[in-house]
Write a protein that binds this ligand. Sequence first.
Ligand code: MSP
Length: 657
Amino acid sequence: MAENPSKYYVTTPIYYVNDKPHIGHSYTTILADVLANYHRLLDVPTHFLTGTDEHGQKVQQAADANGITPQEQCDQTVVRFQELWKRLEIKNDDFIRTTEPRHKKVVQETLQELFDKDEIYKAEYEGWYCVGCERFFTEKDLVEGNCPECSRKVDSIVESNYFFRMGKYQDWLIDYIETHPDFIQPAFRANETLGFLKTKTLQDLCISRPKSRLSWGIELPFDTDFVTYVWFDALINYISAVGYKSDEEQFKKWWPCSTHLIGKDILTTHTVYWPTMLKAMNVEMPQSIFAHGWWLTGRTKMSKSLGNVVDPMAMIDTYGVDAFRYFLIAEMTLGQDASFTEEAFVKRYNADLANDLGNVTNRVLNMISRYCDDKMPAPAAADAGFDTTLEDGLWKDAVAAAEQMGPMIGNMKLDSSVAMVMTAVRKINVYLQERAPWSLAKQEGSEAEVAHCLYTAAECLRVCAALLYPVMPEKMRALRTALGMADATPHLGKLAEFGVLVPGSAISQPGALFPRIEAKKVDEASSLVKDQQKKPAAKAKKQKVEVPNNGLITFDQVMNVKLQTAVVLEASTIEGADKLLKLQVDLGDEKRQLVAGIALHYTPEELVGKTIVVVANLKPAKLRGVKSEGMLLAASLGDTLKLVTVEGDLGPGAAVK
Ligand code: MSP
């Protein structure tokens, strides 16, 4: 981000109210909050919208299961989201519910307008319908007769419905995405959308549901026998909430949206349905749609049925709001999947927050208390008469961190930005160790030097606290107050000026900002990952292979394994197997199919063209019913996995020895 934008409008998906919120919902909302905070602190006019998606089959089914009306289901569940956002210190400017009149009115007016313009027409539909995904599919779309998205059973359907002429925008959309590289982010998600648009014919979108099948929705203004398809209704929230068709001035102020934050699960609806809808409505496109990855429990997708969903409320109760927010932002590289485990949480908390940030805060404040009588000391004048090289260097590093923050946020490198601030924090610790003010203080006439040392350390801490404020507002407010600052809210624009802390102002001890988590507490903590422990340790115990000679194998045994280079020709996902990818590879003299458990680490597109190493003489086997004729090699450490590849341009069929 070269310059600050003139305004910033950020949205989260609106969440279904069929169930209470979990860590995934929390993540997108915290992410939006951090970005909104950051822009607000730069004095950029900011609008942050979140809300709930209250219509459709999912909500109706949940209501039926709970024996209440859909409206009661919405009213009961929306509170859980709102309460959680409050606890998580989420400062959204608006919260939209799609059952609100302000939204319904805009949806109906939009439908009428599109119907009048012949962008919507009625037709008989014959095909397949997936209740879980609430989507229609043609015969061709089905995978082994099941839903191509979720592999569940689909129902055969023949009915009249209303359709939006989405198909006619196919070429326009391809061109728009290609000429607006920032429109869909990260770039590989734009390629994913383009891949789909360039290989399939874009169908018109069915935007109605007959009331005989589903009554919980917004009634079509031109045919009261139908309600609106939930996605057509939901996407409009992004404009209905900011005055579309109701408050022109407000709409002009905020639209186009700066960033729609979404999870990768709802890419198509946001990068195909939404842009074509806006185009038909003659409304400007949003500036960007950013899809983040999934939070996994360990390596497994979180799902209610697996019982491994992380409950955000339990995390906050045990470890505090700011630590939870910090972990989520620091741990996930935006765009990729990330793994949530309590062990990783505690490790990062103790290392970054308790050790580094907590420690440096205590040291600086304790020493100011001891050597400067609880008052902020004064910095030295330019001609101090002593060497200030170390202090000048420390301050330069803090300024560099402040300057890099903007570009990092602009490029959605939130995890790196937090890591960068933590490096600056560690530098203060290293500096204190080197400068040793406790020894300096023992020397006669060293008061000015000690004062300059502690003042500089405190100034650097002020900068770090301000940069971390969007992520940990509560703790960073406490830290600023402890540094004697009257204004608990920082202004990021003025960060890099030296001398903001006021000499003579009273400092205070904030107590332990981040008390260390002892291993005992982790053991005692209730299972935050629900029911995870109840799962059997391993479904199938691997057969123990006898390896003689204390684990050493002979040269001959190594030579028995035929390793060869292969080039990936095609790669695709396997229905119902989240971790597996199916690859077609060229082994030089033959082509083969491999199934590999790398789907959590590589997208199919990333793999095509790569030269990999495979075990070529492995007995073929079936994985999830799909034939695999070999095994590829990959290196893994913790949650990271990288393919073994060969350097240079060797091509397929080379022996690897
Ligand atoms: N109602 C639709 C969105 C309509 S937007 C116009 C919907 N709702 S949802 O309740 O299912 O929420 C989906 C969103 O929640 C994802 O896109 C993502 O932002 C977040 N997450 C839910 N589970 C998640 C993970 N396990 N990990 C990360 N985020 C995920 O879809």
